[in-house]
Design a protein around this ligand. Structure first.
Ligand code: GLC
Length: 436
């Protein structure tokens, strides 16, 4: 009797173990089939699935990076989670998720303006122990983005690529790039309507983060700034007002689309690759897209130049993205392996060749294949734009500062406020809100 009782128990325990192990293999791999043979079951058990989140990558570079990583790391499956393209909407989606301490994503891209906020909120994992263990030398990286991701002496993200606002122009329509904003206006008026174009110039003028970067460029090209080097609000100056006035004039010109205040990067890059305008202000990825035969009607006809000059010269806004690990990730080690690949030389090379993303590892600017894919990376104008790129105000409550700029610049564009009134309103509101 006793034996019978024990063997019954054994059977129950074994059945239980079987059920548990079946559940286990399902949860470690989302595509686990029924265990058709032992080997497959083993692979399923060993494979860890991590989720990588970022905005839509119109260039396709991310797919290539993910594929290459999985080829080299068969034990890690990377699932892609597409987030809103608009950086502000993407930010809000992460904040909602991470405030709830969700582990649904493991690795995610963060805009250069977020690290301080995300570190302080405890959303991201400090990377120092991984960096040390794998002997990564942070001095190999461009120090601008490295310090943007350093907060309280720790490294919270690894730089992926640097962005700087540039002028892209159709070499088949314009013989040379306009040198000043006034030259741009003259050429845009003249070329609008030629060779199937409908507009002269494309920019990003919707009320969102991209508007801030366009405003930073206009203001800085006339010698103004939003916040000065001592951290004081400086937007209410004659120089800044001149820059804002030029921005308002161009956003209301008859050579930009009537609905330019609905344009973010995708609306503007799409119009450009469809051949609708000779000039666009955008980030470097525009180059790869313009030369993508599957999407673009202007392949081979695009050149890159610094943005036009105001009284004080040409100015590019500093942008860019980094990769971080969710503090609540259940797979931090695997997340790190993927992050390390993406932000290391191999991942950045793929991103530069496939997506025209400017590397944060300066040594990669010597790489022949990268320069062949992006001849403008090797040009002085581009290197100067990267080096001199103007940061947006640095503050742990940056989203509030950005909102003040977005609202008031939008009101200036719509004519609800004059540029002078918009500058005075921004000065007042930023002084109230800026946390140093
Ligand atoms: C680009 C930049 C980013 C910026 C955004 C604005 O993605 O890299 O820094 O905030 O554009 O739209």
């Amino acid at each position: 009797m006793r034996f019978l009782k024990n063997s019954k128990l054994l059977i129950i325990v074994m059945a239980f173990i079987l059920v548990l192990s079946a559940c286990g293999s399902n949860s470690t791999s989302s595509n686990s089939n029924s265990n058709s043979n032992d080997e497959e079951a083993k692979t399923d058990e060993e494979q860890v699935t991590i989720v990588y989140a970022r905005g839509k990558d119109a260039t396709g570079a991310t797919d290539v990076m993910v594929e290459e990583f999985m080829k080299q790391n068969p034990n890690i499956k990377v699932e892609f989670r597409e987030m809103p393209t608009d950086t502000g909407a993407q930010h809000d989606a992460y904040v909602t998720m991470l405030n709830a301490e969700s582990s649904e994503i493991d690795v995610f891209d963060i805009d250069v303006i977020w690290p301080a906020e995300f570190a302080q909120a405890g959303y991201v994992l400090p990377l120092d122990r991984f960096i040390q263990k794998d002997g990564i030398n942070m001095e190999d990286y461009n120090q601008g983005p490295v310090s943007a991701a350093t907060f309280n002496g720790k490294q919270w993200a690894m730089p992926k690529f640097i962005d700087a606002g540039m002028l892209f122009y159709r070499s088949d329509l314009a013989s040379e790039a306009p040198k000043t904003w006034d030259d741009l206006m003259a050429q845009a008026s003249e070329l609008k309507g030629q060779d199937g174009t409908q507009f002269g110039y494309l920019m990003q003028a919707k009320q969102y983060e991209g508007l801030v970067t366009n405003a930073v460029e206009f203001v800085a090209s006339y010698g103004g700034e939003f916040i000065d080097e001592n951290g004081e609000v400086a937007i209410n100056s004659p120089e800044a007002i001149k820059g804002l006035s030029k921005m308002v004039e161009i956003a209301n010109a008859d050579f930009v689309p009537d609905n330019i205040t609905t344009f973010t990067e995708p609306e503007s890059h799409t119009a450009f690759i469809e051949g609708q305008a000779p000039f666009i202000r955008n980030w470097p990825y525009q180059y790869s897209l313009a030369n993508d035969e599957e999407q673009s009607k202007i392949v081979g006809n695009v050149e890159v130049a610094p943005l036009p000059e105001g009284d004080a010269g040409s100015a590019a806004a500093l942008g860019g993205w980094m990769a971080a690990i969710n503090n609540y990730s259940e797979h931090p080690q695997e997340a790190w392996e993927f992050l390390k690949f993406m932000t290391g030389p191999e991942g950045q090379k793929i991103d530069a060749i496939e997506g025209s993303h400017a590397p944060t590892l300066p040594a990669l600017f010597e790489d022949e294949e990268i320069i062949e894919a992006n001849p403008f990376f090797g040009e002085e104008g581009f290197q100067n734009a990267l080096e001199g790129a103007v940061s947006r105000p640095v503050a742990p409550n940056y989203p509030e500062i950005s909102e003040i700029i977005q609202i008031n610049v939008s009101k200036a564009i719509s004519g609800e406020l004059t540029p002078e009134e918009a500058a005075a309103a921004m000065e007042k509101e930023m002084k109230e809100k800026l946390v140093k």
